[in-house]
Design a protein around this ligand. Structure first.
Ligand SMILES: [Zn+2]
Ligand SMILES: [Zn+2]
Length: 297
């Protein structure tokens, strides 16, 4: 075994050590000699005297081969990174495009909802106006039933609690419901409930739509618990238990049971479909809950 005094590498023979001392850049430098050759292997510091020898060295040098491989991989990784960055940017661009589109759609929906609410309010107002006009037109205007505007002394409202008890709901309905409400269909009922059941004594709203798109509502029950009301199902059920349909049909009947046959027929023709929609509440509360949603959002 022969050891190089300059780099401590060992070699199997003196001949190979001699070649090492003549051919290794670091050890040539360590010996204080100058290298004139420009053919130096960067991977293993081997110095060749001729270009052809250098070429042969490169094709045999394991370290050079490994370095070459490494370099190729690193290049590929850099390319991949650039590609990934581009993809990410693309995704971000697409995402912000989508978000912009969604924002536009939402703005459109809000506009349409506002329009719909105006339209619904116009319908309700129109219903009341039409009833009134028919009454005025009637020769027996003096006999037309008066609408019930008495104020109720209710005990709904302690600490924002919504009272949906059968007793309370029935009391409000039987004391305040009139045919103008029923003639405006489920939207009319929604406005009535909004005014007479869903507010506390100070006029504060105690039943709110918390998710208009899913028609989800919330209120505080008598135990102080916050209760979710999907599709206003609990509210609708409390109205049904309070005899909302029976009392509504009775109120509607008051509207067309005047002594003037012509007026009665006219009213049935104009308001019949709305009264049917009202009386359909036990099977389909879509119009009712949509109106409650727009009033309590
Ligand atoms: Zn050496
Ligand atoms: Zn080499």
């Amino acid at each position: 075994m022969s050891t190089c005094n300059y780099c401590n590498k060992t070699f199997t023979s003196k001949y190979i050590l001699k070649t090492h001392l003549e051919r290794n850049k670091k050890c040539i430098n360590a010996r204080g000699l100058e290298i004139t050759s420009q053919f130096i292997c960067k991977s293993c510091d081997h110095v060749s005297m001729k270009r052809s020898d250098f070429q042969i060295h490169l094709s045999n040098c394991m370290k050079y081969a490994i370095d070459l491989e490494k370099e190729t991989y690193e290049k590929k990784i850099v390319e991949k990174d650039i590609h990934i960055t581009k993809l990410e940017q693309d995704h971000r661009d697409k995402l912000s495009e989508k978000n912009e589109y969604i924002a536009k759609l939402e703005a459109n929906i809000a506009k349409l909802e506002a329009k719909l609410e105006k339209f619904e309010n116009a319908v309700v107002t129109n219903m009341a106006a039409t009833t009134h006009a028919l009454e005025v037109k009637s020769a027996k205007a003096s006999q037309a039933p008066t609408t019930n505007n008495t104020t109720l002394n209710t005990n709904i409202t302690v600490n924002n609690v919504l009272n949906l008890s059968q007793e309370h709901v029935k009391k409000v309905l039987s004391e305040r419901l009139n045919y103008n409400v029923v003639y405006a269909g489920q939207a009319g009922l929604a406005t009535f409930v909004f005014d007479n059941i869903l507010k506390d004594s100070t006029g504060k709203l105690i039943y709110r739509c918390v998710d208009a798109s899913r028609q989800m509502f919330e209120f505080i029950d008598e135990n102080g618990d916050t209760v979710r009301d999907m599709k206003a199902e609990k509210l609708t059920q409390s109205l049904l238990k309070g005899d909302v349909i029976k009392l509504g049909l009775e109120a509607a009947a008051v509207g067309w049971n005047t002594e003037n046959e012509k007026l009665n027929t006219e009213r049935v023709g104009v308001f019949g479909p709305k009264v049917n929609e009202y009386a359909d509440l036990n099977r389909n509360n879509t119009v009712f809950r949509a109106k409650v949603s727009s009033l309590t959002t």
